[in-house]
Design a protein around this ligand. Structure first.
Ligand SMILES: O=C(O)CCC(=O)C(=O)O
Ligand SMILES: [Fe+2]
Length: 487
């Protein structure tokens, strides 16, 4: 229908336009137009579009309901088998989120309430995201944990001579060129001292210093041109196990290992000591993670360092490559991989006593602007060396009885799940100069592959559903224990 409206008349330049009403003439309505062919066509097109829309909507609702049944549920009772389907994969990523506590800024204090007690939580660094909670454990709880560990018995954290490593290169039939290429991390066709040291520390757990290396080169006449680097020719001239044989002859002390401590594992599931069970509940509240993730994680590791004990700089968990598989979800992985790691999303470290001298936890590159692996080891200062250079790192936490510190070993993937390894989470235990140091670790394991984590939880809940009422409902079973990777 035409409405009366106003028209604007042209006026001389400079004067405002005058609005005049247009005459209210009605356009005669032609009755026959309702039944015209074009009108009929328009109505039919609208009708069809409407029907198609309704059908599409019904399909959408049907399929959406179907896939939501396959979603990962945060309850322990999720008995569905369709995690292999890509759409449930996607759904899982969107529905299952890992909350990440905000650090705000270094020194920020937030109050947290955990099982009727209010604690203060202080942000120690943002890279890694690291917090300190004094008084997380009572003196009595610290005493019980230490006594339980003593009762169970502690073992050497690192054995002196790693077995089975020597034959690996032989088994793989690697040529000296291929080995050289593997060691040459920055691919500059020379082996820097850092590259040799990193290799020896990671592979053999032997903590060589740059001075040790110079001594070995001299003893083996390895560095013919004396430039401190090994060229391919110089490397070729060395026999495969020359380094190992030299070190064996020279003898190895405990202080020359990556770590010098003893440890044991304590189950925290049903039937465990009340203190251990309650500790796990508080860790769940502290980290705000779904309880089944915490329950399916490693048991509590209790560690004792004697005077002179240490743990050099390390990451609690490895980097995420496409081939990375996690020890805890191995059950749900389709294949094995040389890139197997513990996938410890969060470390919660408890100090069970106050140490007389030394024994701080160091975070040498916390809140650094950059992270460069090879520049951590310099000739004069090796930031990874916790026997020598703890005072040169960026951050040190003094062990105080009852305090808990916790940090994220991985970044977020930006979609509420585990992302890349946070390299800044590098840390170590400084040498204990006086007295004994007791700590405990709760690691919360999460697979960066959410699909695999979901499949794993599904498998565990199926096993529990298959009438094994006596079995503990958590991962603190011997099967889980077997899968520990000693780091
Ligand atoms: O002893 C410390 O302060 C650190 C311990 C640690 O990093 C570990 O056990 O992985
Ligand atoms: Fe650690």
């Amino acid at each position: 229908m035409m409405e009366a409206h106003e028209s604007v008349e042209e006026e001389p330049e400079g004067s405002p336009p005058i609005l005049r009403p247009v005459s209210r003439e009605r356009v005669p309505l032609q009755k026959s137009s309702v039944c015209s062919r074009s009108y009929f066509m328009v109505v039919m097109v609208f009708f069809h579009v409407y029907i198609i829309n309704v059908i599409a909507l019904l399909f959408y609702v049907h399929y959406n309901n179907g896939s939501s049944r396959k979603e990962f549920s945060s309850s322990t009772q999720h008995k569905h088998n369709d995690f292999d389907r890509p759409e449930s994969h996607e759904k899982f990523a969107r529905t299952m989120h890992l909350p990440r506590i905000e650090g705000i800024r270094v020194g920020h204090v937030q109050k947290i309430s955990l099982l009727n007690k209010v604690h203060e939580m202080r942000t120690l660094s943002l890279k890694p995201l690291l917090f300190e909670v004094p008084g997380f454990l009572s003196d009595e709880e610290c005493r019980v944990v230490i006594q339980l560990a003593r009762l169970k018995g502690l073992m050497e954290s690192q054995v002196m001579v790693p077995e089975g490593q020597e034959d690996l290169a032989e088994q793989l039939n690697l040529s000296p060129e291929e080995i050289f290429n593997l060691l040459d991390l920055n691919q500059d066709n020379q082996l820097q001292p850092q590259e040799i040291l990193t290799h020896s520390r990671v592979r053999d757990g032997i903590w060589l210093t740059p001075e040790n290396l110079r001594e070995i080169y001299a003893g083996l006449h390895a560095d013919a041109d004396g430039n401190g680097l090994l060229s391919l020719e110089e490397f070729r001239a060395l026999s495969g196990d020359a380094f190992q044989r030299f070190l064996k002859r020279r003898g190895l002390k405990r202080s020359q290992m990556v770590r010098n401590s003893r440890h044991t594992w304590l189950y925290q599931g049903q039937g465990a000591h009340q203190v251990l069970q309650e500790l796990r509940k508080r860790v769940t509240l502290l980290t705000r993670l779904p309880s089944e993730l915490v329950e399916l994680s490693e048991p509590l590791q209790v560690v004792r360092y004697e005077q002179g004990g240490h743990y050099h700089g390390h990451h609690d968990s490895g980097p995420v490559y496409p081939e990375t598989i996690c020890t805890h979800t191995r059950l749900a992985a389709n294949s094995s991989s040389p890139f197997e790691t513990s996938c410890r999303y969060i470390t919660v470290l408890f100090y069970l006593n106050s140490v007389e001298g030394g024994g701080e936890t160091t975070f040498p590159v916390a809140d650094n602007r950059t992270y460069e692996e090879l520049s951590l080891i310099q000739n004069d200062v090796d930031l990874l060396d916790t026997r020598k250079n703890c005072d040169k790192g960026n951050l040190r936490v003094k062990p105080t009885k009852g305090t808990a510190v916790f940090w994220y070993n991985y970044l977020s993937d930006g979609r509420g799940w585990v992302g890349e390894q946070d390299e800044y989470s590098l840390h170590g235990g400084c040498v204990v100069t006086s007295g004994t140091k007791w700590v405990a670790n709760n690691w919360i394991n999460v697979d960066p592959d959410y699909h695999r984590q979901a499949r794993y939880q599904e498998l565990v809940s199926q096993q529990q559903g298959q009438g094994a009422p006596d079995e503990p409902s958590d991962a603190s079973s011997p099967r889980h224990m077997e899968s520990h990777v000693e780091l």
